[in-house]
Write a protein that binds this ligand. Structure first.
Ligand SMILES: NC(=O)c1ccc[n+]([C@@H]2O[C@H](COP(=O)([O-])OP(=O)(O)OC[C@H]3O[C@@H](n4cnc5c(N)ncnc54)[C@H](OP(=O)(O)O)[C@@H]3O)[C@@H](O)[C@H]2O)c1
Length: 167
């Protein structure tokens, strides 16, 4: 698992919202295109609710879906009932990186071992019932920030652990 790069990608409102009633709250074409271009030809990991919300296997990507209630692998779609099994699968297939695309439950479980975050901060305050674990951002260092009037894409990398010997 250590050698597989784990990248969280999300879009988040100013008040930390990522979704409402199992739907996205905003539809910003340029932000959707950023997501598409970033994840294209890669493996994407998501929770069952996000997969059902999207409603299809996203083209030109391999979808890895976490669920303890659903099964049914098909072309470019694999179900897993434990996160560790996802990483065994990726390792067995020599896949170097995975994009973790949500939702709240999956971000909460994976941000502790994520290597990078690609977060679109969407302008505005929204109502919603799902949030991003913003309190974990202190573990990451902001390396780039670019955007437009609607959203800013912020890239973060995990802060390097300071060796005990160095202290
Ligand atoms: N703004 C964004 O960037 C963004 C991105 C993605 C999603 N979203 C939003 O987030 C919301 C969905 O988030 P959510 O937290 O409700 O659901 P979710 O994280 O998409 O899916 C949760 C489900 O995933 C499965 N699961 C989670 N952890 C698991 C584990 N360790 N092992 C096995 N299965 C596991 C379970 O499925 P079973 O119940 O089948 O066991 C669980 O009910 C929606 O509103 C969506 O639109 C926003």
């Amino acid at each position: 698992m250590e050698s597989i790069k784990k990248i969280i990608i999300a879009s988040i409102s100013e008040n930390g919202i990522i979704g409402n009633q199992n739907k996205m709250v905003w539809k910003i074409p340029d932000e959707i295109e950023h997501f598409r271009l970033t994840t294209i030809d890669n493996y994407i990991l998501m929770g069952r609710k996000t997969f059902e919300s999207i409603g299809k296997v996203l083209p030109n990507r391999t979808s890895l879906v976490l669920s303890k209630t659903k099964t049914g692998n098909s072309k470019n779609l694999y179900y897993f009932d434990e996160i560790s099994k996802v990483f065994s699968f990726l390792k067995e297939n020599s896949i170097p990186k995975v994009y973790i695309i949500g939702g709240e439950a999956v971000f909460l479980q994976t941000i502790g071992f994520a290597d990078e975050l690609i977060l679109s901060f969407v302008k505005g305050i929204y109502s919603g019932d799902k949030v991003f674990p913003m309190n974990k951002l202190d573990d990451f260092e902001l390396i780039s920030s670019e955007g437009n009037t609607q959203f800013i894409i912020n890239k973060f990398v995990k802060k390097r652990q300071i060796s005990r010997k160095m202290k």
